[in-house]
Design a protein around this ligand. Structure first.
Ligand code: PSU
Ligand code: MN
Length: 305
């Protein structure tokens, strides 16, 4: 764990500590998706299912969150359920992780904060739904997720279904390239778009197997190249909502956000909730399926490492 001074703030679940000590595969999971990304009880069911998928693949799951000021690396069933039911949880990124710890608060960790905590614990692979990125209209709002900077600096592999399709995927790819983050589509030539298997944009890099991703990560480390990597894993065909169909829901959700002047951290949770409503719950089903799919791939990458 780096740095050593972080230790007093971190609780590593015994099963996770044992696996890390023995060099067995561990996959980190984020918790903003639990506190802000999905409604209760779907969030709780999803969080438990994803942990089970990772276990079935022969790896140990570590869901990361801050609870009453403690950085939790792995949650018990009871803690996970408690977090899923919490209504006032913070949404924690690099900017406010220490605030939550210092003030004894509870919060879901975003991709950025989960990467930081995973790295503290020595976990190298992490599964989520979709990363944050450059929001549409960022040239006016300056709304660019801290997830992108974290990918540039913290050496963790993030397995996602791409950037969430509510974002400007093209600009997100540009920023990732500028910041030196390898973006690898898994067994695909184009970037996936979260709920949809395809976006109009070519993936910067393509690899076909989890072990190839592990090899690239190891090669980067051995070359002394800092920072993380983004794996873009398309949602399974049976669960996807085609991009043409999503486009109108996404546009309507953006209109509603504009009318209600939603800003800052609230934007992503608002858009996800609005799209859930507009699709009558179908987007949630797809979101759960893609997270499960990412967890499976992350476990295979962790095993290959
Ligand atoms: N993936 C999902 N649902 C989510 C998120 C990811 O399927 O809610 C969360 C992640 O925690 C990600 C965050 O870091 O959304 C991005 O928020 P923002 O755009 O405010 O940086
Ligand atoms: Mn933002």
């Amino acid at each position: 764990m780096t740095p050593d001074t972080a230790r007093p703030f971190v609780d590593i679940m015994p099963a996770v500590a044992d696996a890390l000590g023995a060099g067995r595969p561990v996959v980190a999971l984020e918790s903003t998706i639990i506190t802000h990304g999905m409604p209760y009880p779907d969030n709780s069911v999803m969080a438990a299912d994803v942990e089970k998928i990772i276990a079935d693949e022969g790896a140990v799951a570590a869901t990361i969150a801050v609870m009453a000021g403690r950085i939790k690396i792995g949650l018990s069933d009871g803690e996970r359920e408690q977090l899923a039911m919490t209504s006032g949880a913070m949404k924690l990124s690099r900017a406010d992780l220490a605030f939550a710890v210092a003030e004894g608060r509870t919060g879901g960790t975003t991709v950025a904060a989960t990467m930081i905590c995973a790295h503290m614990a020595g976990i190298r692979v992490f599964a989520t739904g979709g990363i944050g990125g450059v929001h549409k209209g960022a040239e006016e709002s300056f709304d660019i997720s801290a997830d992108l900077d974290e990918l540039a600096r913290t050496p963790v592999i993030v397995v996602s279904a791409g950037a969430k399709a509510i974002l400007d995927i093209e600009k997100t790819l540009e920023v990732l390239e500028t910041r030196g983050v390898p973006v690898v589509a898994l067994a695909a030539d184009v970037m996936p778009a979260f709920w949809s298997r395809q976006s109009p944009y070519r993936a910067p890099l393509r690899l076909d197997r989890p072990q190839d991703v592990a090899k690239l990560f190891d090669t980067r480390r051995r070359l002394g190249l800092d920072g993380g990597m983004l794996v873009a894993n398309p949602v399974p065909e049976s669960d996807e909502i085609p991009a043409e169909e999503m486009a109108s829901y996404i546009a309507a959700a953006h209109r509603a956000a504009g009318e209600q002047k939603v800003a800052g951290k609230a934007v992503t949770p608002f858009l996800l909730a609005k799209i859930l409503e507009l699709t009558d719950g179908r987007s949630l089903k797809t979101n759960i399926a893609l997270v499960e799919n990412n967890a499976r791939v992350a476990a295979r990458i962790a095993r290959a490492l």
